[in-house]
Design a binder for this molecule. Structure first.
Ligand code: FAD
Length: 332
């Protein structure tokens, strides 16, 4: 399919309360740069039933245009309805590329849309650029089990579609909403939707770890020495109102679940504060947390590479440093 415009689309997924999911807003940041390089507009595409809050958020975070498509069938995510809606819009407007956040729904939607449109999909990207020579989007993603980073171009397919990990990009500072808003009424035949949402139940358990959205993360590595070593890590995280992260070494040892893993084969995070405790700073760990605003490293080895990326470093035993820090914080 030929692209009719040079526009770059970001699919902005909505939450149940009609707000935009973080990743959709984050993607507007690289989207703006890439759209400018491509000579097109940055378009946020929002589907749902009541999407005003998400429209406003997208407008305030840099979208030039917003396509807001509302229909009762789009109230909650379903593969059939969302695929149908996106494909109809793509055929009508002809974007050159489209980014989708790699949430559970985004990972479902991207492949279905790309298959329906007979184009390609680059899944789970962690970096984006424009290839100067060809003008195509250069999608970078971990490959071969995370052992190398592959940059992929899709020269023959339009739109070029990719899913992008949450937490990789930072949201822009909000500005006045000047976006052109295009309202679309999408007709979706209820008969075409093969699944029906009967009820939405929010299920929270210990595995529901929102590292990507966390503003403060306290992570433990092999240096914590065992599952009980996460006690002081968690105590500090609680005192700061933060979330517990971990290195792969700690996860592989079975001390904490994979839901907490930060890094190339874990989650990509971008908190305001990242405290690395007993983590050496391997390149694969740094790949997941180097977008943090401020990094504090606590390690007893003064030569640990984590100190190269840390804003503040404490050379010492985490079992002494963490309880002392937690106690100080609890005094306030
Ligand atoms: P180590 O490297 O063993 O470091 C432990 C640190 O703790 C040391 O620096 C030591 O000085 C310090 N220490 C020990 N005791 C104390 C103490 N009492 N007080 C203070 N400091 C102490 N790793 C990830 O983290 N995330 C990933 O997603 C990831 N993906 C990978 C993908 C691939 C394909 C490969 C090959 C590797 C991947 N890794 C990943 C693994 C990575 O290469 C490292 O092995 C891992 O990050 C090391 O974890 P660590 O820093 O906790 O352990």
């Amino acid at each position: 399919m030929e692209a009719m415009t040079k526009d770059l689309w970001v699919f902005v997924e909505t939450n149940e309360d009609g707000t935009a999911k973080n990743v959709g807003i984050e993607l507007l940041t690289p989207g703006k740069l890439l759209a400018e390089k491509q000579g097109g507009s940055l378009v946020a595409v929002i589907l749902g039933e009541n999407v005003e809050k998400a429209v406003n958020m997208a407008g305030r975070h840099g979208a030039d245009k917003i396509i807001a498509a509302e229909a009762p069938e789009l109230r909650a995510y379903s593969t059939d309805a969302y695929t149908e809606a996106i494909c109809k819009l793509v055929k009508k407007y002809g974007p050159t590329s489209m980014m989708i956040g790699a949430t559970n729904n985004g990972r479902d939607l991207g492949p279905r849309v790309s298959c329906r449109l007979q184009t390609g999909l680059v899944a789970d990207c962690t970096a984006l650029d424009i290839d100067e020579e060809s003008g195509n989007v250069a999608w970078t993603r971990p490959a071969f089990g995370g052992n190398l980073m592959a940059t992929i171009l899709c020269p023959d397919h339009r739109p070029q579609i990719g899913t992008v990990r949450p937490g990789v990009f930072k949201k822009r500072e909000p500005v006045e909403n000047r976006a052109e808003i295009i309202r679309e009424e999408i007709h979706i035949d209820p008969k075409d939707i093969r699944t029906r949402i009967l009820d939405l139940i929010t299920y929270m358990n210990s595995e529901n770890v929102d590292l990507e959205g966390a503003e403060i993360i306290v992570s433990g590595g092999r240096g914590v020495g065992g599952p009980e070593g996460f006690g002081p890590v968690k105590a500090l995280a609680d005192a700061l109102g933060g979330t517990v992260g971990a290195s792969r070494a700690a996860v592989d040892a079975g001390w904490i679940s994979h839901a907490h893993q930060v890094g190339q084969t874990g989650k990509t995070v971008g908190p305001k504060l990242y405290i690395a405790c007993g983590i050496s700073g391997a390149i694969q760990h740094l790949a997941g947390m180097s977008g943090s605003d401020c990094v504090i490293a606590i390690n007893k080895d003064p030569d640990a590479p984590i100190f190269d990326v840390a804003n503040y470093g404490v050379v010492g035993d985490l079992f002494e440093v963490l309880p002392a820090l937690t106690e100080e914080l609890r005094k306030d």
